[in-house]
Design a protein around this ligand. Sequence first.
Ligand code: M6R
Length: 596
Amino acid sequence: MCGIVGYIGDKLVAPILLEGLSKLEYRGYDSAGIAVCDENGVTIEKAVGKLENLYKKTDNGTTISGTKGIGHTRWATHGKPTEENAHPHKSERFVLVHNGIIENEEFLRSKYLKGVNFVSETDTEIIPWLLDKFTQSGEDTEMAIRHLMSEIVGSYALAIIDRENPDVLYAVKNKSPLLIGKGEGFNMIGSDSMAMIANTNMFFEIHDKEYVVITKETVKIYTQYGKLIDRAPFKAELDLSDTEKGTYAHFMIKEIEEQPAVIRRLIQKYADENGDISVDKAIVNDIQSCDKIYIIACGTSYHAGLVGKQLFETMAKKPCDSYIASEFVHNTPLLSEKPFFIFISQSGETADSRAVMVKVKAMGHKILTITNVKGSTLSREANYTLLLHAGPEIAVASTKAYTAQIAVLAILASTVAKEPGLDIKYELSKVANVIETICSESETYKYLAEKYLKNARNAFYIGRCVDYYVCLEAALKLKEISYIQAEGFAAGELKHGTIALIEKGTPVIAIITQENINLNTRSNIEEVKARGAKTLVISTSSLSSHNDKIVIRDVHPLLAPIVSVVPTQYIAYYAALCKGRDIDKPRNLAKSVTVE
Ligand code: M6R
């Protein structure tokens, strides 16, 4: 979703802002803009569409002088992607960029802003005018910011320029992510560390309802009531090369091929001093003593949660269910007596998941977050965190985070299991090796994707049990980047209605990795074949039949989803490639979904 960057220092700021915005492109956006201050005032430039339009308009930022500025990539919520609606927005005195949504916009307009001529359709534009209003009534800038925070309801990360305080930038946060980057002789604002990593790897976390006063030498963080907070910066484990795609054509293919390394890294990171896999005992005790595990997540992370249910129930004999966060928040099921919550989120910033976290935290339940981003909101607000150690995932389509999520869930479930079960370290090493073999066969997936999907309008993935969960993920991947309408379906359920959609040439891809359902799924393949479907089977070698086109080496059946998903990631990638799609930044989508 929207991205923010800000800089105050001695360097020409526009190129820094543009570079920061380019590192935020992965979040999804449809327009961009920057505001830069020099001794003559504030220059604002905006462009609709790709960031390169803004690069062109400003000759790579070189046409604008000034060493303090803010920038923004906008993912439209209120109003179309136009220059008027693009940020920064301004009043007479203030210029600012905003991530989030102001919920009481109408009320504030009628209370304070009658007679103001707004130029955009955005909720954001009220904010600089409110600051104008408050400062005109005699408040200084910080008082006006505190006043603003007491009036606006909703989510907001703001970077603010006050024309009357040229040596200062202000930042404000509630619910939307925001970090401050600490440099030598400069400081920065960013909606995530990627926007700033080319300049610094030291960051201050900013919590909800805090504001920050930033000069090139100092960063002062305050509560909403003006109390100064003493907070040390932290060092990010990220470096610039992690955010670049090197020789790969797209981040997605790079991230697919990083998966063996990610699994091996996890084995290493979760090994204790004896080399045995272990997890914080407090987490294990809490899960052992709970009566049900509730997994909360969205999208791909929800699909990993479904596999997690299988792992906890089979390995640890704990009842478990995985829930879609945006449903759970408004339709909360009757909870068991002693629930334990696991939130799964690559970004750790997903607003839907956070809304549930706020709710269950208020009920006093214990929470674990499994995330890729250390220090993210969902991590900070949980009792415990387990990291995915997958490195930054930049393609909108999640791949390595999904497999890392299942691997961490498997590590956790096997640690919670009281009976000695599978040797998780050995089994995960095997998984890493098998994924490596799959990656070496990418040409086969390319050929099959072109053959089955190049001209397809719709497609099905079918499977049973845990294979069905992988089908849901495989279909999501295919649809989000190729725009082929794809559905993941429980193979046995097709005949209850959906089989009516099968016609001559409909691609149906089946996944078979579990012995107990092998023959059942094969019967379902015959049913769709008889109705004209073009079928393709992905199976494990011990269950394969001579017609199966993708046969993957056997791993422990409980870990099969980590490997069976990989060919489907390739298929989605190559289907999108042959259709000429924007693979890393599919239309309408954002990487980090920070609005509900
Ligand atoms: O960052 P999160 O894991 O919380 O994101 C949740 C979903 O938005 C995400 O998994 C989405 O479905 C994927 N990008 C799809 O590939």
